[in-house]
Design a protein around this ligand. Structure first.
Ligand code: FES
Length: 671
């Protein structure tokens, strides 16, 4: 047993699953075992969370506990006597060992496998094939434009990664395959494939997808990297988007140039989309010979107010990154997915976007895979599908230790964040008129992180809403409600505990997408680390931050997509405001070093001599601890102290008076 900092004992609970796996969680005596498990990312079976359904029933092998309240239908007296328990109701009184009626796999995020049929097989050029697949349960497959799946190559035990080229709403699933002699998929398509073949795939995967904003977008596709970009354009077209967009498609040789008619059709309905293509081979008959970097300019970069999406080989990613950076532009977002050809034919280079000095048919570096493949990810390629949030944290000053990725070093390795350089942009006023008075890179960086979280969450929403079962929704609600006890009104009662509970809540939705990349992309933003740093001494919290969580879950329970989207966007704004105020407060050297939140809640406190020195500092501390302040001083400077405290969200009234006189005391009493 341990005792934590607010004197609540905690115990270790061993959760022994049916498949022999045992996981441990730490549970406070005032917490249910289910609550502790979910917060520590272990999804034990759950439904009513209220001792009414019996879904969570487990067997307690050892330990003492308070069984809590429940109805007989959920757990009979006989069962309770024999040691059965309901983790949603029970609270530990010692370390426990529980047998959970489930396997440990339920807590994991696993992509789904779909079985379908090859319904289309078209050779678009000597080097490129388009395949079409239909699955009987198409309604169960949700994906985001830009994501990919792993297709099992029939007759082999290998699978290869391909991005959807169709839009998510389209029934027929299409993919572009670059052929490489000797490649598993190439050999299958060349020699054995026939319409009607059974084909299965697993996914969707990846965090490279089109984020929903109105910001202009620059879409860059290299070779068969056109597929995810086509999916994005088709999605924009289906929405009759007015978003400004420019697409550049680059290939190595004329033979690689495919699907121009598809781009033409997808772009036809988009008034604000322009596009062009180029071929690197100097002997090409194309109008534009060269690389994608030659076909976009400042007019497409909108002074940095642009999101760049790039899918292509590694040299293309590096070339574009360098080109944009050297142009002095810091794009708001830079999202990329790299792929490379493992063993390209001599005439099938992959340097569509490489610098001019490169040979267009330069072979790629050797890959570690023994089996050559047509669209084999570069070393870590899919795994480094990345995104850049600018200004990037790596180059910006950040008070205190650098916030780490939330899930250890692996997250940053997996979701690569690249850096264009720092930017200082004045933080504008928020909806309620709050505005900090200075340009502050940390604030801007914090805003960017929460905007990135919002974009990812909207993607996760599309993948999950209407698809979560009652147990998943129950877990989601439990985590939402677990954030409530740490906020009262607009005051943090325990900012650190709130940050923990908040992180578990936001993690959960990404985990439910069954797409580990999305969860990793979210964790790599380091939201939790930033919150821990900024909120360490914070007392103010937007009064709806915690209740937003519950309302978001309600929208999911109702299947109300529009409401859930609105709430997620509003919640991001309220989170940004909370962080801004916390950072503004932290930056003041006058801030009390130690506060006990709530100590003076609803208490009227008169502080005399409050204009400066000890009096002012006492006033700041009492304000931070919830007191309603009347600040008295002979000096009119007391008004400035009151202004400062009100700006921090505290209630403070300044009274200029001399308390050594009867009139002064009367004035104070009157006010
Ligand atoms: S009784 Fe525990 S989830 Fe219903």
């Amino acid at each position: 047993m341990t005792v934590n900092d607010i004197d609540v004992a905690t115990h270790r609970v061993a959760l022994s699953f049916e498949d022999g796996v045992t996981r441990f969680v730490t549970c406070r005596e005032d917490q249910t075992v289910a609550d502790a498990s979910y917060r520590q990312r272990i999804n034990i079976p759950l439904d009513c969370r209220d001792g009414a359904c019996g879904t969570c029933k487990a067997f307690c092998e050892s330990g003492r506990y308070d069984g809590g309240t429940y109805i007989d239908d959920a757990l009979s007296q006989d069962e309770a006597d024999r040691g059965f328990v309901l983790p949603c109701s029970m609270r530990p009184r010692s370390d426990l060992v529980l047998q959970v009626a489930s396997t440990s796999e339920v807590a994991k995020t696993r992509a789904t496998t779909y079985a379908g049929t090859l319904v289309g097989l078209e050779r678009l050029s000597r080097t490129t094939v388009e395949i079409a697949v239909e699955i009987p349960n198409r309604g169960e497959l949700a994906f985001l434009p830009g994501q990919y799946v792993n297709i099992a190559v029939p007759g082999t035990d290998v699978s290869r990664s391909y991005s959807f080229s169709n839009a998510p709403h389209e029934e027929r699933l299409t993919f572009l395959v670059k052929l490489t002699p000797g490649g598993a998929m190439s050999t299958y398509l060349d020699e054995r494939a026939a319409v009607g073949d059974a084909l299965s795939f697993t996914g969707p995967n990846g965090s490279f997808f089109l984020r929903e904003t109105d910001r202009p977008v620059l879409l860059l596709a290299g070779g068969t990297g056109l597929a995810p970009v086509l999916s994005m354009v088709r999605t924009l077209s289906a929405a009759s988007s007015e978003r400004h967009a420019h697409l550049v498609y680059g290939v190595s040789t004329d033979e690689d140039l495919v699907a121009l008619d598809q781009i033409e059709r997808a772009a036809a309905g988009l008034a604000n989309l322009t596009w062009d293509h180029c071929v690197a081979d100097p002997d090409s008959t194309a109008a534009n010979k060269g690389y994608v970097t030659s076909l976009f300019g400042p007019e497409h970069l909108h002074d940095g107010d642009v999101a760049i999406y790039l899918c292509g080989p590694p040299p293309m990613v590096e070339a574009v990154r360098t080109h944009v950076s050297q142009g002095g532009v810091e794009p708001t977002g830079f999202y990329y997915e790299k792929f490379a050809l493992a063993a390209p034919a001599a005439d099938a280079g992959s340097t569509a976007g490489a610098p001019e000095s490169s040979e267009p048919d330069r072979p790629n570096p050797p890959e570690p895979e023994p089996d050559p493949e047509e669209l084999l990810p570069a070393p870590g390629a899919r795994a480094i599908a990345g995104q850049t949030i600018l200004p990037a944290a790596d180059t910006l000053p950040w008070a205190g230790p650098r916030p780490a990725a939330d899930d250890g070093g692996s997250a940053r390795r997996i979701v690569k964040q690249v850096v264009f350089g720092p930017s200082e942009v004045s933080a504008g006023p928020t909806d309620d008129g709050y505005q900090i008075g200075e340009e502050h890179p940390d604030v801007q960086s914090s805003d960017a992180v929460f905007e990135a979280r919002q974009a990812l969450e909207l993607g996760a929403l599309e993948l999950t809403i209407g698809r979560l079962g009652s147990q998943q929704l129950a877990g989601y609600r439990l985590l939402a409600e677990s954030t409530l006890p740490y906020v009262r009104g607009d005051r943090f009662l325990d900012a650190q505990a709130y940050t923990e509970a908040n992180a578990a809540f936001h993690d959960y939705l990404f985990a439910q997408t069954r797409n580990a990349h999305l969860l990793q992309a979210y964790q790599a933003l380091g939201v939790k680390g930033r919150m821990e740093e900024a909120l360490r001494t914070a007392t103010w919290c937007h009064p709806r931050c915690a209740t937003d969580h519950v309302e978001i879950v309600e929208a999911f329970e109702a299947g109300d997509r529009d409401r859930a989207r609105r709430l997620i966007a509003d919640h991001a704004e309220r989170s940004k405001l909370t962080m801004r105020r916390a950072m503004a407060g932290t930056s003041r050297s006058t801030r009390p070093a130690h506060v006990s939140p709530g100590r003076f809640d609803d208490t009227l406190v008169v502080v005399t001599g409050a204009a400066q020195g000890i009096g002012a500092q006492v006033a700041r501390r009492i304000g931070a601890e919830g007191g309603l302040l009347v600040l008295a001083d002979r000096s009119e400077l007391v008004a400035e102290v009151a202004d400062e405290l009100r700006a921090d969200g505290h209630e403070a009234l300044a009274v200029t008076c001399d308390l050594e006189t009867w009139q002064g005391a009367e004035e104070l009493t009157r006010r």
